[in-house]
Design a protein around this ligand. Sequence first.
Ligand code: AHQ
Length: 250
Amino acid sequence: MSEDNKPWSREAFEQQLREQGQAYHIHHPFNVMLNTGEATPEQIRGWVANRFCYQVAIPIKDAAVMSNCTDRDVRREWIQRMLDHDGYEINGVRDEGGIEAWIRLGLAVGLSREEITDLRHVTPGVRFAVEAYVNFARTRPWQESVCASLTELFAPAIHKQRLATWPEHYPWIDSEGLMYFRNRVTQARRDVEHGLAITLDYFRTREQQQRALDILNFKLDVLWQMNDAMAVRYGLPGQAPIPDRPAAVR
Ligand code: AHQ
């Protein structure tokens, strides 16, 4: 078997996955603008309102993973992701969940609950990228969707970057609004540990390992495209925004 066809060792495969972080949306100019203090309140409100479309899709995506997953042990762990986002009240223990925390972020940046939850500000490019991710999870083997979630290998860094920079750059945003990012640092680490073990176990041949890298790059495209769409709609430093398309008469 030529070197090119030999499977990578578990460690080398993990390293290949981690190297995809060079294309993570932490490096997108729109995110750089947000986290270096160059964003206007309108650009921040646009980002929060558009990212809500992604946040509410996560438990839908995870329910699609669950519906395809025949492994009870995996489902017992995976369901925690849905609870983290939707919240829960079990035997008197209550957690409002990440979606509610994201709404609080929206209120803290000056959006109303209604304009967040009715998705009126979501641009077509964000909507299509989110739908591509949900449809991937609905139609692909559950192990491939687990692999797609591994962009969260790089997520603690971006949440910590926001927590480190937003209070200084945007003192007008109540720090309570940043609770979502605080919670995600530990949740993302726990999710990635589970998802990475499944991925390293499932993708064994070199061809399968290459497929895993391709899946991760599909998800990196989803995140990158959301930022592209927000940059077009809300502008970048020195780049004028392009207004919403005319509202269809519904
Ligand atoms: O808040 C995020 C989240 O709950 C998830 C779930 C996970 C998945 O299943 O694909 N990915 C993800 C991400 C969240 N936040 C993004 C951010 O930049 O705030 C990062 C994103 C990810 O890295 O995929």
